[in-house]
Design a protein around this ligand. Structure first.
Ligand SMILES: C[S@@+](CC[C@H](N)C(=O)[O-])C[C@H]1O[C@@H](n2cnc3c(N)ncnc32)[C@H](O)[C@@H]1O
Length: 138
């Protein structure tokens, strides 16, 4: 993070936000370097400023991933990156026999990212899969 950067965290569970604040304090992160917002992502993200973010990391409700992508494209500055955790979803995404809602939603996200000419994507096989895409500067 840049020296003057601010981490904005959105979580529907205020208890998770409380624990995050505790962890930041323990790690001596100054209070003005973090902004914790409790609420549903799809209510909070539309209120954040266009083009003001270098990185958008998504790890909330898998069924909402495509909506998070839409918001991330608006929030990111050109050259910024969006990342989605659980992109392999326990190896279910690559298995066409799996049709549960989360698997289908992540497959749809991957399709949207792949087909978006404004994005340069990479799928990293770390953990449960990390889908990263850089928003082109042009
Ligand atoms: C898998 S956990 C995140 C774990 C975290 N990234 C880590 O590595 O420790 C998912 C988080 O998303 C939050 N969440 C789930 N649905 C959400 C939603 N619709 N809006 C905002 N946050 C949500 C949960 O409360 C939970 O804290």
């Amino acid at each position: 993070m840049r020296a003057d950067g601010v981490l904005t965290s959105v979580d529907i569970e205020s208890e998770h936000q409380r624990l995050a604040r505790e962890a930041f304090t323990e790690a001596n992160v100054p209070a003005n370097r973090t902004r914790l917002i409790a609420g549903p992502a799809l209510e909070v993200l539309p209120r954040l400023t266009d083009g003001a973010y270098d990185l958008v990391f998504c790890d909330g409700d898998k069924n909402e991933y495509s909506d998070y992508l839409q918001q991330a494209l608006r929030l990111l500055r050109p050259g910024g990156a969006v990342a989605f955790d659980n992109a392999l979803w326990h190896d279910r995404v690559a298995d066409s026999a799996q049709r549960d809602p989360e698997t289908v939603a992540i497959r749809e996200l991957v399709r949207l990212v792949r087909e978006d000419d404004h994005l340069v994507p990479a799928l990293l096989p770390v953990g449960d899969g990390l889908l990263v895409a850089v928003k082109r500067a042009d």
